[in-house]
Design a binder for this molecule. Structure first.
Ligand code: ZN
Length: 412
């Protein structure tokens, strides 16, 4: 039994006995224990309390007034990819349109082409390194999607990489099958055959190797229609895969309503929303996952977080880490940007990036709050005057140390 005690914690943030999905008003409440200790046994949170009565332990770390919060739970990433795409970034800066970049072989198909040429081992090593960097930035649970494969063989390769990451990383990893990310060149004129491939070949093979936890579809004009999204997600459901959908990014795609009808775990993006979509989401248990760094990188309007929260929706925040539209998985940036650009309150943003993020991965029993029995995946801050300082001091590294399963992570 290993036993570690953190003492003199200025603020122990997001302390909850019975964590529940936070909707609307409830997002504002971020429970904090002042001047606290936290006990960790066998990598899990064993107990906590006020410094007035402090227990003994084999190993003690005196935090001298630093604060502690649960690690970020990043519920939407595409962290397995073969190559960065800064050439396209520069092309866009020079004024090339999306269509022109696509014509030059850019976009998702560019990632797919490079992925096809990269071995499983190389993909694994690259992604592992990337995620270790994110852990040092405070990410303590992560979801990763396939979707740069777009063929049976390459989708399986991506999902096998994610499975290896699950087995080798110290943080919980969830795998989402996103075969319906776009249409590969081969099926450009024959969408029905690609959907057939997803449903009748990819899904059974993925099920056979138990490679996915969730299914995702890019529901968007020019990509997958509502009807196609429903059909693919219903097929996924037959294999036990609940939906997490890319919805309402570029247009009012109907993806939000489709997600609600499918009882999706989450509908993600939500840059383009109207009252009907907001009302539908708010009256459901589907989580709206906002990806502000993608809106920022694409210079799109930010997600209407305030309207969603005021309507009573459950909101999570995630990085959408991917080489095309959000080449950063830094959740500290995501939290800051949510306050600065979407007017989320610091408490709301922290809740959305921790507990609700955990719910958006089905990891609410493992991560996302200071709760007895959960993994001790914790951010130890540098001395900060208040919780609001976390999003306020954007771009400043406020993380002193990160604990994963109760062990200190080195940022080397
Ligand atoms: Zn995405």
């Amino acid at each position: 039994m290993t036993d570690l005690l953190l003492t003199n914690i200025h603020q122990l943030i997001n302390v909850r006995k019975h964590p529940e999905l936070l909707k609307g008003e409830a997002l504002k409440e971020l429970p904090v224990l002042q001047n606290a200790w936290l006990q960790i046994i066998n990598g899990r949170i064993a107990d906590y309390g006020s410094m007035d009565i402090c227990p003994d332990a084999t190993e003690v770390i005196n935090l001298n007034g630093a604060s502690v919060l649960p690690c970020w739970c990043d519920s939407h990433t595409h962290a397995v990819f073969a190559a960065s795409r800064e050439d396209e970034f520069v092309d866009k800066l020079k004024g090339l349109s999306y269509a022109e970049i696509a014509a030059k072989g850019g976009g998702i198909l560019n990632s797919a082409q490079k992925l096809a040429l990269t071995t499983e081992d190389v993909l694994f090593e690259q992604a592992k390194k990337r995620i270790h960097e994110l852990i040092a930035l405070g990410t303590g649970a992560i979801e990763i999607k396939s979707g740069y494969g777009l063929s049976l063989e390459a989708e399986l390769k991506m999902l096998r990489v994610i499975k290896r990451l699950k087995d080798s990383l110290p943080i919980p990893v969830k795998a989402t099958f996103l075969g319906a990310h776009t249409y590969p060149a081969l099926f450009k004129e024959d969408h029905e055959s690609y959907i057939d491939l997803i449903i009748n070949e990819m899904l059974p093979a993925i099920d056979h190797e138990q490679l996915a936890d969730y299914i995702d579809v890019f529901c968007e004009q020019g990509f997958f229609s509502v009807e196609e999204t429903m059909r693919i997600c219903e097929a996924g459901k037959r294999y036990g895969l609940r939906a997490k959908i890319h919805a309402n990014q570029l247009h009012l795609s109907g993806g939000v309503q489709a997600g609600v009808e499918l009882n999706a775990l989450s509908v993600d993006h939500l840059e383009t929303m109207d009252d009907a979509a907001i009302t539908a989401l708010a009256s459901s248990n589907t989580i709206g996952t906002l990806l502000p760094t993608a809106a920022y990188f694409l210079r799109m309007p930010f997600q209407p977080a305030r309207n969603l929260i005021n309507a009573g929706a459950a909101i999570a925040l995630a990085s959408d880490f991917n080489p095309g539209s959000s080449p950063s998985g830094n959740m500290n940036t995501v939290v800051s940007m949510s306050c600065i650009q979407m007017k989320m309150l610091p408490e709301e943003a922290i809740n959305a990036a921790t507990l609700n993020g955990a719910f958006a991965m089905g990891l609410e029993k493992e991560a996302g709050s200071i709760t007895i029995g959960k993994r001790a995946n914790l951010i130890i801050t540098r001395p900060i005057p208040s919780i609001a300082y976390i999003p306020y001091a954007f771009g400043t590294n406020l993380i002193d140390r990160v604990l994963i399963n109760g062990k200190l992570v080195s940022s080397e």
